[in-house]
Design a binder for this molecule. Structure first.
Ligand SMILES: *Cc1c(COP(=O)(O)O)cnc(C)c1O
Length: 220
């Protein structure tokens, strides 16, 4: 199927609380423009240089999300325009984003990434580490970042009950943090989970942002 048909079909089946981040990493600008012309506005990239180049070349009203592992020394390239940074997994990174947010006169929206998969290799915080981060005085001093929710990646497996349990765990983490740290703050609202192979399970567990690449653009 074409990119246009893939976008339309997926958009049409999303429940109202779930939005699509089209993951366009490694894909050419033409593919992004095609998706844009089909009405898609949120795009996700995992490499800083690639994201910056695409931001410069493509329509200005695209909302660019950074979904990869962000190195502190590269935050400055994203800070002027990035819409949401999904993968924040340390106070040090958050402090760097805050510093660059200040320089750019803006508040940068971020998600805390959690380690929910069984695999050892995936990045992310534990609930305990997140508690420590959010309760710290250093976090309380940040003025140019805003934590809008949580993000996670499930195990890469055909075992659906396992994937479902991991997504349920992320939703439970979101709910606990909301109660303990964010109260009724309306900006704390995002649960970023679900990719091409598992977005249906993620939606069923309350995902508000699915990050889908290959199911839209073809394999990489
Ligand atoms: C690449 C990537 C995706 C999209 O993966 P697909 O399987 O192609 O949908 C989602 N999230 C993250 C963090 C990624 O790196």
């Amino acid at each position: 199927m074409s990119i246009t048909a893939n976008i339309r079909e997926l958009q049409a089946k999303l429940p109202p609380q779930t939005r699509l981040v089209a993951v366009s990493k490694y894909k050419p600008n033409e593919d992004i423009q095609t998706a844009y012309d089909a009405g898609q506005r949120m795009f996700g990239e995992s490499r800083v240089q690639e994201l910056v180049a695409k931001h410069e070349a493509l329509p200005a009203d695209i909302e660019w999300h950074f979904i990869g592992h962000l190195q502190k020394n590269k935050v400055k390239y994203l800070a002027p325009f990035v819409q949401l940074i999904h993968g924040v997994d340390s106070l040090q990174l958050l402090q760097q984003i805050d510093k660059e947010g200040k320089k750019n006169g803006r508040i940068i929206d971020c998600l805390l990434q959690f380690h929910i998969a069984q695999e050892e290799t995936k990045f992310g915080l534990s609930l305990e580490e997140a508690h420590e981060l959010l309760a710290s005085s250093a976090f309380g001093e940040l003025k140019h970042t805003r934590i809008c929710g949580v993000m996670g990646m499930a195990s890469y497996t055909d075992n659906q009950p396992q994937v479902q349990a991991e997504f349920a765990q992320l939703r439970s983490i979101f709910q606990q943090l909301q109660v303990e740290f964010f109260g009724t703050e309306p900006s704390f609202k995002e649960i970023s989970m679900g990719m091409s192979g598992d977005y249906e399970l993620a939606i069923a567990q309350g995902s508000t942002l699915i990050r889908v690449g290959s199911a839209l653009f073809g394999s990489r």
